[in-house]
Write a protein of this length. Structure first.
Length: 454
């Protein structure tokens, strides 16, 4: 069974032209971004700023392919900052990634060798590596440069000559700082040229993703490096980031008295965000995504009879709760595991199974009440916002919400016409394994809670 997250579904040939890939209709944003980076000379840092789970990584990976498949392919580098989070130096991590992108081909060997040499010389000047090496060597690795702010004096007293030698060398190196920055910029220009087709003079697009998931110090070091050392003409950076989370990193380092967003504005030239969708269009987008996940999950094949109701319930409730694509991905993964482990003769009423999975994802404590047999209709009414949503149903015909209300009311003695309650309950008798009083608890235990995600 597939347990893949939706970001991993982007293959090297996938583009926004494929409607099954552009499930959230974001090609217009891709086109606008492409136009912006190809018509701007001066280096820019743009932040694709949205909440976790909004689909930033998925979009950026599709956009990477989109750039590569232009009539004149645009050179693009994708750097996952979080995957490099343990690197001790952001500048070295970024430079090493460029070396990897250049590859092992003979035609790029000279460019790569020059880049390595100039990056190493600049790293020696701008980093704390010289001090770090001196301290580690002199103290047998007991003291790191990251600890030096608080323990430098003690370290110098312990190993005066070695530490002072390292500091003196760093001061001599610093004297050539501006020249080293210019030389590194020249090497980056060669990289930009090497990564594009002959006779082209297109910008280099550097995508830096998942910056907000990094250690605060590393995340800010990456921004400093991009702004001060990588920002050559015709080199643009697009960050996949939750700016509020990144602002929190700033405040974690510098204290609550610092305005994190104001600090970040020193580095970010423009912010863009996915359009805020109204509830109806959001439901349509989430349902499209859920349908694709259903289609790619082999375990769903034996459950086609419940497909429409199940997808309707999941997308309607997720939209009402401001769900994101990542929420749908996780919910569909749980559903995939549940349905893959039961037959089509098992009681699996979409309103109940889907509802319980939604509770398990959005409000685990509520699902725990279902497991213990203590779930009340008032709990369900509050979770699904039945009162507000039923008013919407009267205006817009939201079948899923009305259907949910009827099924849950029949299960938990909610407000429902007695004849309708009997009709609904009699439809469950064909499965023969649940009493009316324990149906929700049994379904929570034996269908939904068979598997869970970590």
């Amino acid at each position: 069974m597939s347990g893949k997250k939706f970001e991993r579904f982007v293959g090297p040939d996938d583009t926004f032209a494929d409607k099954d890939k552009d499930l959230l209709d974001r090609k217009h944003l891709a086109d606008a971004l492409t136009n912006l980076v190809t018509t701007s000379q001066d280096s820019m840092i743009l932040a694709l700023d949205d909440e976790w789970g909004a689909g930033k990584t998925y979009f950026l990976k599709l956009w990477e392919n989109h750039l590569k498949k232009q009539n004149k392919p645009i050179p693009v580098v994708y750097f996952n900052a979080f995957e490099n989070d343990l690197a001790p130096d952001a500048f070295v991590a970024l430079s090493a990634h460029l070396v990897e992108v250049l590859g092992a081909s003979e035609k790029n060997k000279e460019v790569k060798d020059i880049l390595i040499g100039k990056a190493a010389r600049l790293a020696k000047v701008i980093g704390r590596s010289a001090l770090n090496i001196g301290i580690k060597a002199a103290t047998g690795g007991v003291i790191q440069a990251s600890d030096a702010d608080g323990t430098l004096e003690a370290a110098i007293q312990q190993t005066g000559k070695e530490i002072m030698s390292a500091l003196e060398q760093q001061i001599r190196d610093r004297a050539g700082y501006k020249a080293q920055v210019k030389e590194f910029a020249s090497a980056l220009e060669d990289v930009r040229t090497a990564l594009q087709q002959k006779d082209s003079d297109l910008p280099l697009v550097f995508i830096v993703d998942e910056l907000d998931r990094c250690r605060p110090n590393f995340a800010l070091d990456v921004l400093e490096c991009l702004k001060h050392f990588f920002g050559i003409e015709k080199c643009h950076f697009v960050l996949g980031v939750n700016m509020n989370a990144l602002a929190g990193s700033v405040e974690a380092i510098y204290g609550q008295s610092i305005n994190g967003n104001a600090y970040l504005s020193r580095f970010i030239d423009y912010r863009i965000s996915f359009s805020v969708l109204d509830s109806k269009s959001s439901q349509e987008q989430l349902e499209k995504f859920a349908r694709t996940r259903w289609r790619t999950g082999g375990a769903f094949e034996n459950h086609s009879k419940i497909k429409e109701n199940m997808l309707g319930v999941i997308s309607a409730v997720s939209a009402a709760r401001n769900g994101k694509p990542r929420d749908i991905d996780k919910i569909m993964s749980i559903l995939h595991l549940c349905l893959g482990s039961i037959s089509d003769t098992t009681q699996r009423t979409p309103a109940l199974v889907g509802g319980l999975i939604l509770m398990k994802h959005y409000e685990p404590w509520l699902f725990a009440k279902a497991l213990s047999g203590n779930l009340k209709f008032a709990d369900v009414e509050s979770f699904f916002h039945f009162k507000a949503n039923l008013e919407d149903y009267e205006q817009n015909g939201s079948f899923e919400i009305e259907h949910l209300h009827k099924i849950w009311a029949a299960c938990l003695d909610g407000p429902i016409n007695e004849d309708l309650k009997l009709e609904i309950r009699s439809s469950w008798a064909t499965y023969g394994s649940h009493s009316d009083s324990t149906l929700v608890q049994d379904m929570a235990r034996h269908v939904v809670d068979r598997f869970w995600q970590g």
